[in-house]
Ligand binder design. Structure first.
Ligand SMILES: Cc1ncc(COP(=O)(O)O)c(C=O)c1O
Length: 461
């Protein structure tokens, strides 16, 4: 007779073999994956994920920074079931509408800062960043300024992987395999408080003004930035940075696009990251937390002023942009249920308070010999590992110090992620408990200690 344990192991083997043979994983070392194989998730509850062998892990990343209300919230699943039974999908091209998409755009208009008033929907963040660039260029065309096409973004920024979004992304590792990039995307340095002084042009946003002047204001359509850079290393800008960006954009007629794909929906302790600085963007892009990941959905919102511009052109041809799943009724119904849940349960306020707990909890990690800096805002945190704490010199990339730490953390039953420059990221579901945060930080601290002991005795080959 097969025991429960054996059948789980057999099921793992079956799926593992099929995975290696048939399935291409995103952002994965495809060659090594053939040896290591997948971790296969089968269930989620709150801040926890269970793999096919029955082991539970704490999901310290909310998967990809997106499962904000936690796994297994029944009412989001019920909203999908109900909508699917009524109207699973309908096109929104050529003026067709559906109730959830209309209600969601109205609701987002009330929730977002300033005069953001109208939304276009898609399925992924990358699609909607591309949409934001197209809106910006089309807006200037409509306003009689067709030369304003340049898009400025920042190094270390991640804005997605479609051709436009990839070209705005400021991490060369995303470019090198797929060049050439789309033309007319330009990069400036981001504020990086651990490595820059307060008067650095990157910290004051002067770098943006210099770039606009270099390109010529008549050629610049928009600046895009995440209020707090996520995938590029959890970079929290100094106070005043975003206000300066807004001022510079206004001065040179450049649209300000906030990429709220990670920051939005409570991650930083506010509904939107930009609210931390009370700045009002012209275009805002959101995804991930909009449905807490329960279904793919993204949105690009524009102000009434931008909308007016887009609506001002002669009718033919029509606005030639949009995706098949724009305004997908079931995805929008889930987003509405997600917002209901977040508002009723006070998830944003909870994130703010839990964020304070997380930031205080990671501070003592600074005492470890290879931790250079801990930082973050709300429920997003970064722990930067360095070879020399005095000079802030990092480790050689091929030592893979961050990935090694994250591997040990996973062995202890916690999922975290290592980013460029050996920065370990933490971004749990916003329903995470203090006890779970303690477990995450304990696993991280002991893993960093193990790796620093290893490094003290043996330099990696
Ligand atoms: C800030 C930011 N922008 C854009 C994207 C791209 O979103 P997607 O993967 O849904 O295309 C991501 C994804 O992680 C992101 O973190």
């Amino acid at each position: 007779m097969t025991t429960g344990m054996n059948s789980e192991a057999a099921e793992y083997q079956r799926l593992r073999n099929a995975d290696i043979e048939h399935y291409i994983h995103p952002n994965t070392r495809l060659k090594t994956h053939k040896e290591t194989g997948p971790t296969i998730w089968v269930k989620g509850q709150g801040s926890k994920l269970q793999d096919v062998t029955g082991r539970w892990y704490i999901d310290g990343m909310a998967c990809l920074w997106n499962v904000n209300v936690g796994h297994g919230q029944r009412e989001l699943a019920d909203a999908a079931t109900k909508q699917m039974a009524e109207l699973e999908y309908a096109s929104t091209f050529s003026g067709f509408g559906n109730r959830p998409a209309i209600e969601l755009s109205e609701r987002l208009s009330a929730l977002t800062p300033g005069r953001l008033t109208a939304a276009m929907f898609g399925s992924s963040g990358s699609e909607m960043n591309d949409t934001a660039f197209k809106f910006a260029r089309y807006y200037w065309l409509c306003r009689g300024k067709p030369t304003k096409t340049a898009i400025i973004s920042r190094f270390r920024a991640f804005h997605g992987v479609t051709m436009g979004a990839m070209s705005a992304t400021g991490l060369p590792v995303y470019w090198d395999m797929f060049g050439p990039r789309a033309p007319d995307f330009h990069h400036i340095d981001p504020p990086y408080p651990y490595r820059q002084t307060a008067d650095d042009p990157a910290m004051t946003a002067e770098a943006l003004e210099q770039k606009i002047l270099e390109l010529g204001p008549d050629n610049v359509a928009a600046f895009i930035g995440e209020p707090v850079i996520g995938g590029g290393g959890i970079l929290v800008p100094p106070d005043g940075y975003w206000q300066n960006v807004r001022r510079i954009c206004d001065k040179y007629d450049v649209l300000l696009i906030a990429d709220e794909i990670i920051n939005g929906f409570g991650r930083t302790g506010q509904w939107f990251g930009i609210n931390n600085w009370d700045v009002k963007p012209d275009i805002m892009v959101m995804a991930k937390g909009i449905t807490s990941g329960y279904l793919p959905l993204s949105a690009c919102m524009v102000t009434d002023e931008v909308l007016e511009g887009l609506q001002s052109r002669p009718e033919d041809p029509p606005f030639m942009h949009g995706h098949t799943y724009a305004g997908h009724p079931t995805a929008c119904a889930v987003a509405l249920a997600n917002l209901d849940f977040m508002e009723r349960e006070g998830i944003v306020e909870r994130s703010r308070k839990m964020g304070e707990y997380i930031q205080a909890k990671i501070k003592p990690l600074n005492d470890l010999p290879i931790v250079g800096n801990t930082r973050g805002l709300g429920c997003m945190a970064g722990i930067e590992l360095v070879r020399n704490k005095d000079t802030k010199e990092g480790f050689p990339a091929n030592w893979k110090v961050g990935p090694r730490v994250v591997g040990l953390v996973q062995d202890k039953g916690v999922i975290l992620r290592s980013m460029l420059g050996d920065i370990v990221a933490m971004s749990p579901p916003l329903v995470v408990t203090e006890q779970e945060v303690d477990e995450i930080v304990d696993a991280l601290g002991s893993s960093i200690e193990e790796v620093s002991r290893e490094l003290a005795t043996q330099v990696p080959a």
